[in-house]
Design a protein around this ligand. Structure first.
Ligand code: MSP
Length: 508
């Protein structure tokens, strides 16, 4: 079955920061894992280019909205390439194909009787592109997220009959597995219980948007347009954009990975829109937490934004991937701390994993004529590490499947720690002094090398580059799509020439 995975479509008001990179990296790890598990994956990311926020930012930069979108979208595309992100599609909501999808979808919803003209009054945050529940007589309301004044709106808008789908949505949000992690579920259930209100899906004062067919002067509300980007991306397979094709190309087997800030749009508005249009709701949503920096929210006003491009240049993708996936419980908020980052990547990657490989390769070369050991037939087996590998493989697969990235990383790391302890306990450098123990030494070294190989393979979805380096040192071809066979114990070739080891990841 096809597995469709999406990141949010990021606003192009600014260049990406570490927050958007975090979501994208997590999705990338999951997409790589699913492919290794033999699934056909469609990994979608992209950008959300319409609306007042973008219109205003473009003006600030003295660019036309389209020029501005072109600049920032290109930046996103290049950045993901530099980070080695393996997205299959990149959707821009200014693509011509998307306009057709939005129009078709609107017609379906309108034919269902779910659109009507109404009057929208209220406080609006352009940063959130959202009406707030603030009291109308509040004199100076502020957006708590953007720390700036809300704007009063009083205008004619088209409305979507969300209230009609109260029961459907109530049932859906309670459904097992629809909202993950389950800790985020209650907040949505309570919101829905409070009663769903119809929401406006058009604007009359925003020219930078897709025109609503049949309603001159109205453009689509940016969220109505953006959510449909997921469908456009899926239909962007070289064929036409007919919504009737969706079921045959994998929909609704989709998981949307989003930040907790946009859960409501995805868990409530989006499924109701889909039901209204006669389409299936996606399989599930995962709302992850927010990244802070040294305990403070990252923001331009605080001047503490972490620029993913600079981070990549200073540290390389693998260290950052490791830190984000290994140290933060996906779903919870996480804090980026420079000191901890350096300690962690040095200890885990350079010391624990790097040294395990380095010393086992060095010893093998030294005692076995620059080769991997040749095991003597019928030697007494020592299953300690092989059994631990089997358990670790099963844990890692399970944890990755449920997006417990930190636990998967911890499990791999634990295997490496144990391989190092095993090596110390066995002390082959002492055994080798006795010629009668040469066979035992070959077993010990083979076991650690083979464990290193398995660690290299298990790291493939998490740290693809580092995994490649480990496997290269072990003369193991890592050019494979499905990892099942390669995770079997004993695939490391015996008596093959090993190159002199070089540290796979130098200490910072
Ligand atoms: N354009 C909408 C999404 C439309 S989806 C159809 C939007 N865009 S956004 O640029 O504001 O990006 C939101 C997403 O970026 C968040 O949901 C989250 O995934 C990610 N993050 C933005 N800041 C973040 C942090 N500080 N930490 C972690 N992720 C954050 O909302």
């Amino acid at each position: 079955m096809t597995f469709i995975l999406t990141t949010p479509l990021y606003y192009v008001n600014d260049k990406p920061h570490l927050g958007s990179t975090y979501t994208t990296i997590a999705c990338d790890a999951l997409a790589r894992f699913k492919r290794l598990e033999g699934q056909q994956v469609i990994f979608i990311t992209g950008v959300d280019e319409h609306g007042q926020k973008i219109q205003r930012t473009a003006k600030l930069h003295k660019r036309s909205p389209q020029d501005h979108c072109n600049v920032i979208s290109k930046y996103y595309q290049e950045l993901w390439l530099q980070w080695g992100v393996t997205n299959d599609r990149f959707i821009r909501t200014t693509q011509t194909k998307h306009k057709g999808v939005v129009e078709q979808f609107f017609r379906r919803v309108e034919d269902r009787g779910d659109i009507y003209m109404g009057h929208q009054k209220g406080w609006y945050c352009v940063g959130c592109e959202e009406y707030k529940d603030t009291e109308p007589n509040d004199k100076t309301p502020n957006c708590t997220i953007h720390q700036r004044e809300l704007e009063w709106r009083d205008e004619e808008n088209l409305f979507f009959r969300l209230s009609k789908y109260q029961q459907d949505i109530e049932n859906l949000v309670k459904r097992d597995g629809f909202i993950e992690p389950s800790s985020r579920k209650n907040e949505v259930i309570n919101f829905v219980k409070g009663g769903l209100k119809d929401f406006s899906i058009s604007r009359v004062n925003v020219s930078w948007g897709i025109p609503v067919p049949g309603y001159p002067g109205h453009t689509f509300y940016v969220w109505f347009d953006a959510l449909l980007g997921y469908l456009t991306a899926l239909l962007d397979d070289g064929l036409d954009n007919d919504l009737n094709r969706l079921n045959s190309i994998g929909w609704p087997s989709a998981t949307h990975i989003i930040g907790k800030d946009i859960l409501r749009f995805h868990a409530v508005y989006w499924p109701a829109m889909l039901i209204s249009a006669g389409l299936n709701v996606p399989n599930g949503l995962y709302g992850h937490g927010f990244l802070t920096r040294e305990g403070q929210k990252m923001g331009k006003s605080l001047g503490n934004i972490l620029d993913p491009k600079e981070l990549l240049e200073s540290y390389g993708s693998e260290r950052i991937r490791w830190y984000l996936l290994r140290d933060i419980q996906f779903g919870q908020d996480g804090d980026f701390q420079q000191k901890r980052f350096i300690e962690l990547v040095n200890n885990d990657l350079s010391n624990t994993i790097g040294n395990m490989l380095n010393r086992s390769v060095s010893m093998s070369r030294k005692w076995f004529q620059n080769c991997t050991p040749l095991l003597v037939e019928n030697s007494i087996p020592d299953d300690y590490l092989s059994e631990m590998c089997i358990k670790t493989i099963s844990t890692v697969r399970d944890k990755l499947d449920t997006m417990k990235f930190n636990e998967a990383c911890e499990s791999i790391l634990n295997l490496a720690r144990n391989a190092n302890i095993y090596l110390n306990d066995k002390s082959p450098w002492k055994m080798i002094k006795d010629v009668n123990q040469l066979n035992d030494v070959s077993i010990v070294i083979y076991n650690v090398l083979e464990t290193s190989r398995i660690i290299g393979i298990l790291l493939k979805p998490i740290l693809p580059e580092l995994s490649g380096k480990i496997l290269k040192q072990l003369i193991y071809n890592d050019d494979f799509a499905d990892w099942q066979e390669h995770l079997k114990w004993g695939r490391l070739e015996q008596n093959v020439h090993l190159q002199e080891p070089i540290p796979i990841i130098p200490k910072l």
